[in-house]
Design a protein. Structure first.
Length: 133
């Protein structure tokens, strides 16, 4: 596990741990009800998901499409105040054998200890697009 140096980093990493165990209750605490998640890639998940229900549905659909194999492993965090950047490895498989193994950058903006915005930047856009097609 990554050692954190700030409360903001600890909050974000708590979210990663909750995602790994499908702990929707904790995720609902980490993410503000009005959170906006922006997926920066031209695939089925591109664009903004506004509000916790939309983000939760995005998490659920990605888990269903990978039959529970989707993993997001944070490797490095950096923070400045309420901004936290995470370098993460995203892996998964689809039932037809397609595999995902992508280094991604996620930028979290927190307010009052909760994530209000997440920008997800894809490492290999074409490969990720093909995986989710």
């Amino acid at each position: 596990m990554i050692e954190t140096t700030t409360p903001a980093e600890a909050t974000v990493l708590r979210g990663f741990a909750a995602f790994a165990t499908q702990d929707m209750e904790t995720l609902g605490i980490v993410f503000h009800p009005d959170v906006v998640w922006i997926h920066h890639n031209d695939d089925r998940f591109h664009g903004a998901k506004a509000g916790w229900p939309a983000v939760a549905a995005f998490f659920g659909e990605s888990g269903e499409l990978t039959q529970g194999t989707l993993r997001v492993e944070p490797h490095t965090t950096m923070s400045a105040g309420d901004l936290v950047t995470v370098l993460a490895r995203v892996t998964g498989t689809r039932p037809d054998g397609r595999r995902l193994d992508d280094q991604q950058v996620l930028l979290f903006r927190l307010e009052d200890g909760r994530a209000v915005q997440v920008d997800q930047y894809i490492g290999e856009p074409a490969a990720v697009e093909a995986f989710w097609a």
